[in-house]
Design a protein around this ligand. Structure first.
Ligand code: SDX
Length: 429
């Protein structure tokens, strides 16, 4: 017998039977689409705290158990055994690639990693001190002015081409943003480098000094990109889906996702964490800071999550890499910040305020320390997150566009404004 949830309006006595759908994992859902027609009411769920906006097979999170799966593969295994481009292939195609498929995909990504020379001119419109996220939003949106011959979202080859162009170009656009801030010349992707090696080279190569590609640093960034690749229907992914539901081109949809990620409550948290740790300054100041947090005068950035009510599995992995990287790079200068972070985590996890609210470290708590140790400036932290999340955004966009039931998203509201009233001429006001 199929499960039903019945919603009854106890004023009119009317009821509506809502079918229950069960997924592979996670909470079942009940389909409330009939409520408006049968009861003349809308559901009300500000910030979509309990609303499933879509069906998806890309990623699954169990917030209580701290589980994160991409196409069924645990994030811990992908971080240990895979690489970012392979995870991109997995998110887009649903399966891990064979060796030949991976070679073809990698070649395809490398082939589109160069920017059109006229796109480089976009940067000259920014002030030298522009935030790199502003440049990312602008330049990625500007990609919509190219490639019109391959932008039919209902053509599967065009969808995959758009996905590969975005994944291929994001590191080049990000690195160019960084170099523009420093007045450094543009560096083109090189065929002999891997995806992440190219990213490092485009960020840090200089004509007047030997550039050494540190394999430990490359692997740390590779894992960081894997850990940030996708995360169900978070704010920025939901933005990409909503923008895509209007049939907007994918470059414009990803630009909208980048804009959403920028917020400190979302992808901007890694930048905010490092700022917070620097403001705390030393371990002795932690108790005072936590008192301010409990009095709502400050937020413990990098803690808390809408879904994870246990450890964010990505934070656990990142914390371990942080340890290893700082030791390997002998990054003494970053040790104090890392020590403050570890002490802050240790104390907060014992405080009732955080335990009662199920506030645990999330992916952003340690990621800023790693990025900083890799020589990446704070203003570029969310850019790195956006580069990684491009794979998830475009995979989720592709899944939605391939769904024949796709309709434009259009939430309703509870109107609380004025009732009817007549216009008053200005002389009578
Ligand atoms: C990301 O959605 C995703 O999946 C996002 C992400 C992804 O990969 O896409 O995982 C990436 O965005 C991670 C989160 C990064 N943001 C931060 O670290 C910023 C700090 N965290 C918070 O602002 C907050 O925890 C959120 C925004 C992440 C989640 O907030 P919720 O679910 O809306 O929870 P809430 O704001 O309703 O808080 C519930 C209670 C409140 O206290 P009371 O009103 O009950 O007394 O917990 C408190 C909040 O004040 N609280 C915090 C806190 N987070 C929540 N108190 C202090 N410090 C915090 N960080």
């Amino acid at each position: 017998m199929s499960k039903i949830v019945t919603i009854t309006d106890n004023t009119s006595g009317k009821s509506v039977a809502c079918p229950v759908y069960e997924g592979t994992h996670g909470e079942p859902v009940f389909d409330c689409q009939g409520v408006a027609k049968e009861l003349g009411m809308f559901t009300y769920d500000p910030a979509f705290m309990t609303t499933a906006s879509c069906k998806s097979a890309v990623t699954f999170i169990d917030g209580d158990k701290g589980i994160l799966l991409h196409r069924g593969y645990p994030i811990e295994q992908l971080a240990e055994h895979s690489n970012y481009l392979e995870v991109c292939y997995l998110l887009l195609n649903g399966e891990l690639p064979t060796a030949q498929q991976f070679e073809d995909f990698s070649y395809g990504i490398r082939r589109v990693s160069v920017l059109h020379e006229s796109l480089l001119a976009f940067y000259n419109g920014f002030q030298q001190n522009a935030h790199p996220m502003a440049m990312l939003v602008g330049v990625v949106g500007g990609l919509s002015s190219y490639y019109h011959e391959e932008m039919d979202i209902y053509n599967p080859d065009h969808r995959m081409m758009c996905a590969m162009r975005l994944i291929g170009k994001m590191p080049t656009i990000a690195a160019k943003s960084f170099r523009y801030l420093l007045g450094r010349p543009h560096v083109y992707p090189q065929h002999q480098f891997s995806y992440v090696e190219n990213f490092f080279n485009m960020m840090f190569w200089l004509p007047n000094r030997e550039f050494e590609m540190n394999p430990i640093a490359v692997r740390a960034l590779e894992i960081m990109l894997i850990l940030h690749a996708d995360h169900e229907q978070n704010a920025s992914t939901s933005t990409v889906r909503l923008a895509g539901s209007s049939q907007a081109n994918p470059y414009a949809c990803i630009a909208a996702g980048i804009a959403t990620l920028w917020g400190p409550a979302h992808g901007g948290a890694n930048e905010a964490v490092v700022k917070m740790l620097k403001e705390i300054g030393k371990v002795e100041n932690i108790p005072t800071f936590l008192e301010n947090v409990k009095n709502k005068k400050a937020r413990l950035m990098g803690f808390g999550h809408r879904v994870y009510k246990n450890f964010d599995p990505r934070a656990t992995i990142i914390r371990k890499i942080c340890h290893e990287l700082l030791d390997e790079l002998k990054a003494e200068s970053h040790q104090p910040m890392f020590e403050i972070a570890m002490k802050l985590e240790e104390i907060a996890l014992k405080e009732d305020y955080f335990i009662e609210r199920k506030l645990y470290p999330n992916v952003d708590f340690y990621s800023g320390i790693i990025l900083s140790a890799l020589g990446i400036p704070t203003s570029m932290f969310t850019v790195m997150f956006a580069v990684a999340r491009t794979a998830g955004w475009i995979a989720q966009w592709k899944e939605m566009v391939e769904d024949p039931s796709m309709k434009i998203g259009r939430p309703r509201q509870l109107y609380t404004g004025h009732a009817n009233r007549n216009f008053i001429q200005i002389k009578d006001r």
